[in-house]
Design a protein around this ligand. Structure first.
Ligand code: CTP
Ligand code: MG
Length: 230
């Protein structure tokens, strides 16, 4: 039986969100935003350990009490200058605990509404997959290409287009190798693609959206308050 581990990159500054406090520590229903992403992973029985990757000069983590998340959580203060650098550094930090064939789920700190149902579907659907994959949703809206005056230059086809979410789940050995060679993508799957593989798209739902702007917090709060999970 292959083991499952999780990495939560949380060393970003939240420049689009703005403000003094980094996005992952913004208050959401009385707790820091990142708490919910970590709680979803820690609650999942098949995940053995959760590494949270913080900036070396993070001064917010210690201001909160994380004991309710239990024993699976481990902090590493090795965040890098990009998301992929943060993930690559965490993979190195985890090297002694994880085997090459073990699964690693990388999940954004800023996706607090990950459901246990989507997490289970991801693990189940990829269990025997030779490559791995990611949660994603087919694009629903009509797509417009803007010109420089913010007028519609044309309508783009949305056929076959999906929005990538996280978790993104790949084997430790593969993920470590591809991130070392292709560090310029904004997600793990793009590094895997650049190495010539085709990650599997596992259908999730829009509730697992990424908090990017201040207005997104209200939506996240409504989703979390309306959810009943075992
Ligand atoms: N991240 C990271 N290390 C970085 C940049 C980002 O660990 N150098 C993490 C973020 O903390 C977040 C996830 O990657 O959990 C997704 O990134 P994003 O939503 O883009 O967050 P930020 O980079 O913080 O926001 P922005 O792009 O608006 O600055
Ligand atoms: Mg970013």
């Amino acid at each position: 039986m292959l083991r499952h581990y999780a990495i939560v990159p949380a060393a970003g500054s939240g420049s689009r969100f703005g403000g003094e406090t980094p996005k992952q520590y913004q208050a959401l229903a009385g707790r820091p935003l990142i708490y919910y992403s970590l709680a979803a992973l820690c609650r999942c029985q098949r995940i053995e350990r959760v590494w949270v990757v913080l900036s070396p000069d993070d001064r917010w983590w210690r201001q909160h009490d994380w004991t309710s998340l239990g024993h699976k959580l481990e902090t590493v203060f090795c965040g890098g200058s990009s998301r992929s650098a943060s993930v690559a550094n965490a993979l190195s930090a985890a090297a002694t605990a994880v085997d090459d064939d073990d699964w690693v789920l990388v999940h954004d700190a800023a996706r607090p509404c990950l459901s246990q149902a989507n997490l289970t579907t991801l693990c189940d659907e990829l269990a025997d997959d030779p490559v791995g994959g990611l949660l994603a949703v087919p694009l629903a809206d009509t797509l417009k290409r803007a010109d420089e005056h913010l007028r519609v230059a044309r309508t783009e086809s949305r056929d076959g287009l999906w929005q990538a979410q996280t978790p993104q789940m790949f084997r430790y050995g593969l993920l470590t190798r591809v991130l070392a060679e292709h560090a310029d993508g904004t997600d793990e799957a793009s590094a895997v693609e650049a190495a010539g593989f085709r990650p599997r798209l596992v259908r999730g739902d829009a509730s697992n959206f990424k908090v990017t702007y201040p207005a997104d917090l209200l939506l996240a709060e409504l989703i979390l308050k309306g959810r009943v999970e075992p």
